[in-house]
Write a protein that binds this ligand. Structure first.
Ligand SMILES: O=C(O)CCC(=O)C(=O)O
Ligand SMILES: [Fe+2]
Length: 261
């Protein structure tokens, strides 16, 4: 716990208090679909995370992709410009778990039993496990000037992120809550079309540097607007599985990391 106390602001966020604090976060997440804990990471640990991210940026794999909001291949039964098939752009750089130092505060946090227990309660999951493959557990994302993440629904039911360096302008997460019902197979093409056409005004997620964000993005459409500032937007994704021994698919690893191992 000593190591963790130098990373997490435990006075403000008593993550060991599962009954009250974690349970309260769980209710908020279920009600709102996201929670933001500002200043979750202590200043000094945040500085170390930023330094590591900057020093290792040259290792990042940058990819430019187009995809549909559903992240699935085109369906020929619909026209090209139908919301089912319409293409958006995603551009970012990424470094992988194997490139993050053994001593990094990111790894101490990611591996911490207390942090996982807290997340399990907040996310209603009985266990949270690392990825089996060497790349997918901790990722550092870089959005350079002009880079963005297009509108999409996540494949995973939750995402855990840490904002390490925000963009000076732009680089904002925007979302429209509960826009589809994936469990019932309702893709809501009409609602998606209105978001893509700018008819529906999205909500912005305020996340300052040092914030922990938990986000349920499977049915909530979201994007990251283009980085309009000079410095990079740097964000860490802490990815867990709800079962042990699972790897990210080879296809996804090739797309996001440019390699399998
Ligand atoms: O960069 C972010 O804040 C969100 C990233 C995201 O939506 C994703 O990786 O699916
Ligand atoms: Fe996402």
């Amino acid at each position: 716990m000593k190591d963790l106390a130098s990373i997490i602001n435990l006075e403000q966020y008593p993550i060991n208090d599962l009954k009250e604090f974690a349970a309260g976060c769980n209710s908020k997440l279920n009600e709102h679909g996201s929670i933001v804990l500002p200043d979750f990471i202590r200043k000094y640990a945040l500085q170390k995370m930023r330094k590591e991210a900057e020093e290792k940026k040259h290792l990042a794999y940058f990819c430019d992709q187009t995809h549909s909001v559903y992240l699935s291949t085109k369906d020929p039964d619909y026209p090209e410009n139908h919301p089912r098939n319409r293409q958006v752009i995603s551009t970012k750089g990424c470094i992988t778990d194997d490139q993050v130092s053994e001593k990094s505060p990111l790894r101490v946090l990611y591996n911490s039993k207390e942090f996982r227990e807290f997340l399990s309660v907040v996310l209603d999951e009985s266990t949270l496990c690392s990825y089996k493959d060497p790349l997918s557990s901790i990722n550092i994302h870089y959005h350079e000037t002009g880079q963005e993440l297009g509108w999409h629904f996540d494949n995973s039911s939750f995402a855990i992120t840490l904002m390490i360096q925000s963009a000076e302008s732009g680089g904002q997460v925007e979302y429209v809550k509960q826009l589809r019902n994936s469990e019932k197979g309702d893709m809501n093409f009409e609602g998606v079309g209105k978001v893509l056409d700018g008819i529906t005004t999205p909500v912005q997620l305020e996340q300052s540097e040092g914030s922990l964000v938990l986000f349920k993005g499977r049915d909530t459409i979201h994007r990251v607007t283009p980085n309009r500032g000079k410095r990079d937007r740097i964000l860490v994704v802490l990815a867990y599985n709800t079962k042990p021994g699972i790897s990210l698919s080879e296809d996804a690893r090739l797309t996001f990391y440019g390699r399998i191992n």
